[in-house]
Design a protein around this ligand. Sequence first.
Ligand code: SF4
Length: 326
Amino acid sequence: MVVQTMTKTDTRDVAATVAQIRDLEGRGCEMVRLAVKDLPAAAALKSIRAEVALPLVADIHFDPRVALASIAAGVNKIRLNPSNIRDPAAVRDVAAAAKAAGIPIRVGANLGSMDPNLEPSARAAALADEALHEAALLEEADFHDIVVSVKSSNVREMVEAVRIVASKTDYPLHLGVTEAGPLRQSLIKSSAGMGALLLDGIGDTIRYSISGSPLWEVDAAWTLLTQLDLRVRGARIVSCPTCGRCEVADMLGLVNELERRLGEIHKPVTVALMGCVVNGIGEGKVADVGIACGRNAGILFVRGKPVRNVAPAEFVDALISEANRL
Ligand code: SF4
């Protein structure tokens, strides 16, 4: 499962694009797609390629010359629909160049490009058919190193369409809810859609689409993979929502501080902070390290064993110190 995002800079601005890719790499991004809208953008790819190690995906519409220039610039994948190129000879040229370079081509269908008069009940199947048609055009050009994506901003449609494609082909699948909106909405839509598929073992690359920083997209992807136990990166926090039994003041402030400080730990560790002993002891025992809060002190658990009592002012310090030690 590969964590992917897309740069939001103008690809022709080499310095800004390189800086953003480096930030993304530092955040755990494993593959980055760049919009390559013309030949100057394709030319910029060569300079970008020379300065970053992250695998690059060139996103191309319509112009086979841009695809060929991007491949020559050393990208690791291209995203292109052969039906947009129209000229079969040009499709064959692009396919041959990608094959010679040993890189895959991602094809796909987005709801935005579908007939708006389609009945909602028919749209998922139409999306799947469209994506598979794009793959077939490459197969006709004797190209088979294909990745398929089917995207919709409608979660249910996206999930149904991907399931259809997964039932009909063994090609790797790229997952994403497209145009998923601002942060909170995208997190819920994308996690619901991609989570349903990932839990069924479907999906090879994933991307959150957020109207906001691409760093958020990478963070979200890792959080999803970690919470689904597919690929664990960083700490997991088990914290209670609090209720009338909560024995600690400002539990929310403590959890926020815990989350901020655990962000610096990239090793898999589960840390629990629970507001009372009712459920706290059980959860504290299951986590790698946890505190169940009592009236004047919390019980610190490490790998299931109660270790010592901790004063409320030291809850976060104690959890961080034990998490680091583990
Ligand atoms: S752990 Fe205690 S304080 Fe937290 S929600 Fe459960 S019962 Fe309430």
